[in-house]
Write a protein that binds this ligand. Structure first.
Ligand SMILES: NC(=O)c1ccc[n+]([C@@H]2O[C@H](COP(=O)([O-])OP(=O)(O)OC[C@H]3O[C@@H](n4cnc5c(N)ncnc54)[C@H](OP(=O)(O)O)[C@@H]3O)[C@@H](O)[C@H]2O)c1
Length: 283
């Protein structure tokens, strides 16, 4: 039975949002370039999960990877985050919606378990609700039934996490958040994650931080390390303990993004002082 113990965590996640008809080809390309972690969601409005499944099937057929080589992550999304293409009966109880959404994800992905199952976002931006607890309990049951190895939450504030803790709910293994440099790269949430041994997954590291990419500090480090500013940000994210996501549509950028986490020049130039300076560059 799948379990947390034999979870192999990749160093980078390839994000499959907003790729529509190109989802399968781009995901397969990402696997060919070397990504082993794939992030998707059963939210047809922004993701084409069945396209990810097509890419996986093609990659298995051509022998690039086996299921065991991969870390597959998908999400449960409340109805308000969906369009009309729902992966569950909207009249069913929330717990039942979780069961239906998971069954549909497994079918899309052609697998009998996902490595990580994530609550796409709590029902309210202002705090953890009873609905969230019902959904979370249902996700715990999916995990206990072996359909997910571990659980995560996304788009959460420090308050959400503190409330989960206060309610004695099982804490997530992952938090996946949009990471703004102006908020100290989500300093508060990352602090909670560090204290509770939760792995922080950062998305929009480039798109939410365009000003930072143009900052002379980043430019200087990039030049010294013979890297690009984008690679500096990904390498920095790893140095502060994040698991970064990229959804690049370019094969060249896929390669650059992967290489940034194992880049001798960046490793040398990103000293603890340089990492601290980037961490407090904008907030
Ligand atoms: N939980 C959530 O609510 C949520 C929300 C948003 C995203 N996500 C996840 O996170 C994934 C990533 O999304 P994202 O918001 O981080 O943005 P993204 O959609 O991956 O966009 C990244 C941008 O950076 C560029 N880029 C990437 N690597 C580059 C490089 N080496 N050099 C130059 N440009 C580079 C890409 O351009 P090119 O295509 O030209 O390379 C693209 O414009 C999504 O696919 C999804 O899986 C989750």
């Amino acid at each position: 039975m799948p379990s947390k113990q034999n979870l192999s965590l990749p160093s980078f996640l390839y994000g499959t949002a907003w790729k529509e008809g190109h989802t399968a080809a781009l995901t397969e390309q990402a696997l060919r370039v070397g990504f082993r972690g794939i992030d998707t969601a059963n939210q047809r409005k922004h993701y084409f999960e069945a396209g990810v499944g097509e890419a996986l099937a093609a990659a298995y057929r051509s022998g690039i990877v086996t299921r065991a080589d991969l870390f597959l992550q998908t999400k449960f999304t409340y109805q308000r985050g969906q369009d009309h293409r729902l992966p569950y009966d909207p009249k069913a109880k929330l717990s039942e919606q979780v069961t239906q959404s998971m069954a549909s994800s497994l079918e899309h992905l052609g697998t009998d378990y996902v490595d990580s199952y994530v609550l796409h976002g709590p029902s309210s931006g202002y705090g953890w609700t009873k609905d969230d607890s019902e959904v979370w309990e249902a996700m715990v049951q999916e995990r206990d039934a072996g359909r997910a190895r571990v659980l995560g939450v996304s788009n959460v504030s420090l308050l959400h996490l503190q409330q989960m803790e206060a309610l004695h709910l099982e804490l997530p293994v992952f938090v996946q958040n949009r990471c703004f440099a102006v908020q100290g790269w989500d300093r508060d949430v990352r602090g909670f994650c560090r204290e509770h041994k939760i792995t922080y997954q950062g998305f929009s590291l480039l798109t939410a931080n365009v000003e930072v990419l143009r900052h002379p500090l980043i430019g200087g480090i990039a030049m010294q390390a013979s890297a690009t500013p984008m690679q500096v940000i990904f390498a920095f994210s790893q140095k502060v303990g994040m698991l970064p996501l990229t959804g690049t549509t370019s094969a060249e950028h896929m390669h650059q993004d992967l290489v940034s986490l194992n880049h001798a020049g960046l490793d040398q130039v990103l000293t603890p002082n340089a990492v601290d300076a980037i961490e407090s560059l904008a907030g």
